[in-house]
Design a protein around this ligand. Sequence first.
Ligand code: NAD
Length: 394
Amino acid sequence: MSQPSSESAVTVGVLKETTPGEQRVAVVPESVPVLARAGVRVLVEPGAGVSAWFPDGAYERAGAKVASRDEVIGGADVLVGVGAPTPELIARLRSGQALIGMLRPLAEPELVGQLARAGVTAISLDGLPRTVSRAQSMDALTSQANVAGYKAVLVAADHFGRFFPMLITAAGTSRPANVLVLGAGVAGLQAMGTARRLGAVVTGYDIRPETREQIESVGARFLRLASVAPAEGEGGYARALTAGEQAAQQAELAAQIARFDIVITTAQVPGRRPPLLVTAEAVKGMQAGSVLVDLAASRLGGNIEGSVADQAVLTGDGVRIIGAGNLPAQVPNAASTAYSHNIVALLAELVRDGALTIDPADEIQAGVVVTHQGTVVHPAVAALLGSPAEGGSR
Ligand code: NAD
C-alpha cells in the first residue's frame, strides 16, 4: 500500500458473518492500525468479532469505528467477509462497491452473476495463484486449511475413548493411538503434525510421491500403496484417478485401514468431487470405538462413504464417522487472525494512492477478481455462466 494523502482513503467495512455456525471475523483488531498506517479506515458492525473473542472495545481501541450494519454497508468502499454474501446483502450493495471474501465462485456461479449485475467488484481469495511467492501471505486457503487440519485431530481425540499418547502409570500402560491421515496437502500435514504432538503413532498417505518427504518431516510414516501409480496433476495438485485406479486404491486402503484407530481424510482434486477413499467395507473392518473424520465431506460427497458434512454417524459396529463441516470456524480466534493477515496482505496489493486499483493484467488480480464494472471477468466462472469474460485469456 503506498502512503495516501490524508483526504484519499479507502474505507473497509467488516460485517458480522451471518452463516449459521460461522464464528470467524474477516478483520481482527491487531490489523486495524496496520491498515490505518496505509490510509485504510475500518468500520465494524457491533458484535462482528465477538464470537472470535474480539469485543467491540478492542476494535475501538485499535482505531476502528464501530457503527451500525446500515452505516457499515453504506459507508464502506470495500466490504470484507469470510464466506459468501447472502442475497439480502447483495441486494443492499451499490454499484462500484467491492466485496472481498472466500466466495467459492466456481461452486456458486449464480451468486457471482448477481454480484456482476449489481455492479459490485467481487474479489475471491479462493482464486489466488498460490505458487506466486508474493501471494503466499494472502493465501487464505492455506491459512484456513491449516486450522482445519489441527482441529480435525482434536475432534477425533475428543470422540476417541482412549489416549493418543502411550501412557505408563501405576494403573497400567496404554498403547498409543494409531492414526492414519489420507491426503498430505496443507490440512493433512498439519493433522499429522498435530497427532504426533499428541503422542499418537501417525501414518500418512498421498497419491503424489513427493509428499513422502513432507510426511516424514512431520514425524509420520509414509504409507505406500503398491496398486496405485503416482498421480500428480498440475500446480502441485493431484489428478483425478481413473475408475480402475480408484477401485484398486480403495481395495488396498481397506486392507490397511483395519489396523488404525483413527482415520482423518483430507483428499481433494481441484474442480472435482472429492475422491472416495474409504468404502463402507473398509469402515466395517475397523474396531469398535474407532473414529473417522472426513475433512472433504460436502454436499458433493466426501472421502468416506456415508460421511455427511456437520454430522456424526455411529455405525452398527461402533465406528464413528464425522463429517467435518466448517472446522476453521470452530477455532475462530486463530482462524480469524490468520485470515485477517491474508486480507491485509491482499489490500496492500490492491490499494494504490488511497484507492482500490483493479488491474486485470496483474497475475494475482487475474486469479482473485471475479466481477468488475458489471461483468464477470474471471473466464472460468464466466464459462460456467455461459457468458464470455471480457478482455482476458485467463
Ligand atoms: P488439496 O486440498 O487440493 O488436496 C489435499 C491432498 O489430497 C493433496 O495433497 C492431494 O495430492 C491429495 N489427494 C488427492 N486425491 C487423492 C487420492 N485419490 N488419494 C490420496 N491423496 C489424494 O491440497 P492443498 O492443501 O490445497 O495443497 C495442494 C498443493 O498445493 C500441495 O502441493 C501444496 O504443497 C501446494 N501448496 C503450495 C503453496 C505455495 O506454493 N505457496 C501453498 C499452498 C499449497
